[in-house]
Each structure stands twice: as C-alpha cells, then as structure tokens.
Ligand binder design. Structure first.
Ligand SMILES: Cc1cc2nc3c(=O)[nH]c(=O)nc-3n(C[C@H](O)[C@H](O)[C@H](O)COP(=O)(O)OP(=O)(O)OC[C@H]3O[C@@H](n4cnc5c(N)ncnc54)[C@H](O)[C@@H]3O)c2cc1C
Length: 472
C-alpha cells in the first residue's frame, strides 16, 4: 500500500474542491479536532493520518475512492465515531473519509413508509424525521445522538429493542455504496420484493467499511407504539432473570425491550449521573422491561405478568413508571452505564452473545475465570439480556497503568473466548470486530468462512484499500 504523498492534498482539492479536503494545519473543524475524525470510543489506539475528506455527495465519495484506488492509498470510512471496536481508527496514514456532511434526506415514500437518506445522517435525526412524518424508526441505543445511520449499517447495530424489532439489517431496503474500486452500486432501490439473485446489500451490512463506503440508505419505517410502559424490577438471582423472560412468553403483550444490569452498574450511574435509588433496598440484579400498550386490556395483561413473577418469587420489588419522566429515569439506570464508566474509568469491554439456554452455564464458567484471572478487579455486567447479549466490562484498578491493564486483559481474552466458543456464542454481539477483536475472529468463524470473506472482499476491493487491517 502506498502512503499519502505530498501531492495528494492538491490532487484531491483539484478533484473535489478546497472546502472538502483538510489536513491537520487547517485547525479546528465543525465536529472537533482533526484527530477526532480518525478515531472512535475504544481509547486504545492513537490516530495517525494526514488527509481528511468531507464529501457532500455519492459522486464526491466515488471521485475520492477512485483517486485512492488509482494511487493505492488506504481509506478509513468514518461515521459518528461511537464504535467500540477500533473500526474507524486511522493509525497508518490512511485517508479518512467522514460522512458527516452527507446528512440530508433524499426522498420519502409515504405509501410504504420509507426514508431515503444520506449515510451521514445522525441516527437521532432520522428518528425525528420519521416522527415528523407519523412514522417510527426503531433502532435506538445510548449513542444514537452521535452515531450515523451509515455507521449503524456498517456495524449492523442492534440496540435496546432488538428483542421486538430486530437488528438494523431488518430495516434496510436499499443501499448506495462506493466500492473499493470507486464504482457506485445501487442495491435494490426502494422495493420490498426483489428475488433476482444474491441480495448484495446484506454483504455491506456489518462489513465495517471493509468492502466500500455506504453513501445512501433507504430505511423502512413502522408505526410508533401507541403507548408504552417501562417496568423496573429488583431480581435477587441471575437465574430468575431468565425465568422472568420465559414468563413473558406466556402473555400476548408486545415486549419491546428486556435489559438487565447489576447493582454495581446501578451504583456507578447513581454516582456519576446523580439519579436516585429505584427501591428502598438494593438488589443483586435489576431488569428493565418495556411493553407496548395499545388498549385497556393490555394494562390488565401487564398486571398479570407482574403478579405471576411476584407469586413465583422471582423478584423482590418492582415498579411501573407512572409518567414520561419516570420512564426516562428507569432507562437512565440502564443507558447511563457506558457513559458513567467512561467518565471516570478505563475499561476493557467484551460484547458477548450466547444462546439463552446456555447462558447460566456460561456465567458460572465465566465467574470462575474472572475470580481467578481478575482477582480484586471490579466488573460491570449488563446488557440486552433478552437477545442473549452481555456487556462484560473489566474496570482498571487505579494502581495499574493503562498499558499493564490492557496487556493483562489481552492475556485473559483468549480464555474468555474459549468459553464463549464452548457455549456456542459469539465474541462480538453488536460492536463488531474492527481492530480490537480481529486476532480472535477464529473463535467465532471457521477458517473456511474467513477465507470466503476474504474472497468477497477481493471482489469489491481488489487492491485492499478499504479499511485495511480491520476484521481480518
Ligand atoms: C454509549 C454507547 C452505547 C452503545 N450501545 C450500542 C448498542 O446498544 N448497540 C450497538 O449495536 N452498538 C452500540 N454502541 C456501539 C456504536 O455506537 C455502534 O457500533 C454504532 O453503530 C457505530 O456507528 P458510528 O456512526 O459511530 O460508526 P463509527 O464508529 O464511525 O464506525 C464504525 C465502523 O463502521 C465503519 N463506517 C462508518 N460509517 C461508514 C459508512 N458510511 N460506510 C462504510 N463504513 C462505515 C467504520 O469504518 C468503522 O469500521 C454503543 C456505543 C456507545 C458509545
């Protein structure tokens, strides 16, 4: 791979215009420092790159990628930089292409209920645009105030309502992409049915910028839930959490979210975000459930669920939020965890997915591993438990340096991944592989699968310029 030459900036300015090409000397940019465009939330890697491009159209992106292709220069696609896998880190003199200025609506179809948007639209803005038109876009999580829809698609983002609405993959009708050869491909447009061979858009969903740049997307919308109820429960034992989840299947009431956290996590949120205790007495675990309420009889169903789990002694306390403010407080207990931890601590994150039926056995093995390898370390455990997704955060003890801490975690990770493999899970539920997990991809994918992925990459990116070194 060639590195960026002195001529590259002038060449790119000639192709795209002065207002779209930047170097470090250009000072502060709209959304932060030059370096901030070439990094994400991992805090593990330092950005090192010289040229940033802020395109405004798919054609701009195609011209920039074509230039990089002709000159063999590597590219890092950059979205909202909220990723936790190092996917948007430019540390080897790549050109960074940020989609931040590609944030416009292209079209709206009121018949099917779809929005065609540029990929740099902030996810929360997409929520607002859908709402303005009487629709709802259900992919949501604590970083959607900064993440881009393109970044969400590139990581196949999940979030807090996957248990009901699925992953973002389920909400994409069409994609426009610029491949690693600088070609523009428009997959599927805006039609619902199209059985004409391979559905290539799905290869780009979750590809972490390794096949090309997603520049536009047609997203499906749905109707918003009529009303919701958020319930917060105090749960004494882990196994009760799964029993409560199982219990919810016995009632025909749409469960939109089923999340859990430990008392340690709740205490961090209380400490850093100033929220009050949910219950008079603490509990080892907490569960947050969100239900859709469409008619009066749904309220009765909700009470029946709570009655049933109380009678079975699965909870020690519970509360239904009485208003929007209390809804927000309950959600803050869960969604404030990552923010609270990142405000005050260095953490090593594991984003694990397991079949629910294997979860209890996995947790027992995991506890043994944690107590032997991370003796005295604090652990924050929470996640989208209804999806079988655990966020396991190891908190750095104050006395350890960052490098000693990450070194220690790197030594323990393979043992953790062996356990995940043993219990038929995945080493990355939703954050992706990026730089952080690429050495361990083999714990979740076979060599034949990895070889097939490489062969697919070679089709769309024959010179290997798209986000090289990420995923594999
Ligand atoms: C507090 C917090 C909570 C989170 N909770 C969740 C959660 O519940 N569920 C979840 O799934 N994730 C979660 N994340 C992780 C992260 O927000 C998601 O992975 C998100 O989808 C990343 O989007 P982004 O725009 O920030 O992408 P970035 O971080 O900028 O990039 C992520 C990857 O996508 C590539 N990329 C970005 N844009 C494009 C594009 N247009 N074309 C091609 N490739 C591109 C990048 O090169 C990189 O490999 C959370 C993060 C934080 C900080």
């Amino acid at each position: 791979m060639t590195t960026v030459t002195d001529n590259a900036k002038e060449d790119l300015i000639r192709l795209l215009g002065k207002e779209k090409v930047f170097t470090r000397d250009d000072g502060k940019l709209d959304l932060g420092t030059f370096d901030s465009y070439g990094t994400d939330r991992t805090k593990v890697y330092k950005p090192n790159y010289q040229i940033l491009i802020l395109p405004e159209t798919t054609e701009d992106v195609a011209k920039a990628v074509d230039y990089a292709y002709q000159n063999g220069i590597a590219i890092v696609p950059s979205g909202g930089r909220t990723g936790y896998a190092g996917g948007a880190v430019a540390k080897d003199s790549e050109i960074v292409i940020s989609l931040s200025k590609m944030n416009k609506i292209v079209d709206f179809d009121p018949f099917l209920g779809t929005l065609h948007v540029q990929a740099g639209m902030i996810t929360k803005e997409l929520h607002a645009q859908a709402e303005e038109r009487g629709f709802y876009f259900p992919v949501d999580f604590a970083a959607t105030g900064s993440s881009h829809i393109g970044g969400n698609i590139a990581t196949n983002a999940g979030g807090v309502r996957v248990v009901h609405y699925g992953l973002i993959r389920d909400w994409i009708l069409g994609l426009t992409v610029v491949t690693g050869k600088g070609e523009v491909l428009r997959f599927n447009g805006e039609i619902l049915k199209n059985n004409t061979g391979y559905d290539l858009k799905h290869l780009f969903i979750g590809s972490e910028g390794t096949l090309g740049i997603i520049t536009e997307a047609v997203v499906k919308l749905t109707k918003p839930p009529k009303d919701i109820r958020v319930v917060f429960l105090a749960v004494p034992e882990y196994k009760n959490i799964l029993e409560i989840f199982k219990e919810t299947h016995n009632f025909s009431l749409p469960l939109l979210a089923f999340e859990f956290l430990t008392d340690y996590c709740l205490n961090k949120v209380k400490e850093h975000l100033g929220v009050s205790d949910p219950f008079p007495a603490p509990s080892e675990y907490y569960v947050l459930m969100e239900y859709e309420i469409s008619e009066e009889s749904d309220e009765e169903k909700l009470f029946a669920i709570l009655e049933s789990i109380t009678e079975k002694e699965l909870i020690t306390d519970g509360s239904i939020a009485q208003n929007t403010r209390q809804n927000q407080t309950f959600w803050k207990y869960r969604e404030g965890i990552s923010e609270s931890l990142s405000l005050a601590y260095t953490v090593h994150k594991n984003d694990i997915s397991l079949p629910l039926r294997n979860m209890e056995a996995f947790l027992s093995d995991m506890q043994s591993l944690l107590s032997s390898k991370y003796q005295g370390f604090e652990i924050a455990l929470f996640g989208h438990i209804g999806d079988g997704n655990l966020h396991l955060n190891i908190v750095k003890p104050k006395e350890l340096s960052d490098s000693d801490f990450f070194q220690r975690c790197k030594q323990v990770d393979p043992e953790m991944f062996q356990l995940i493999q043993k219990h038929k899970g995945s080493i990355s539920a939703e954050h992706g592989i990026g730089l952080l997990k690429k050495d361990y991809l083999g714990f979740s994918r076979s060599q034949t699968e990895i070889d097939s992925m490489r062969a697919i990459k070679a089709v769309f990116d024959p010179k290997g310029i798209m986000n090289p070194g990420k995923v594999f």
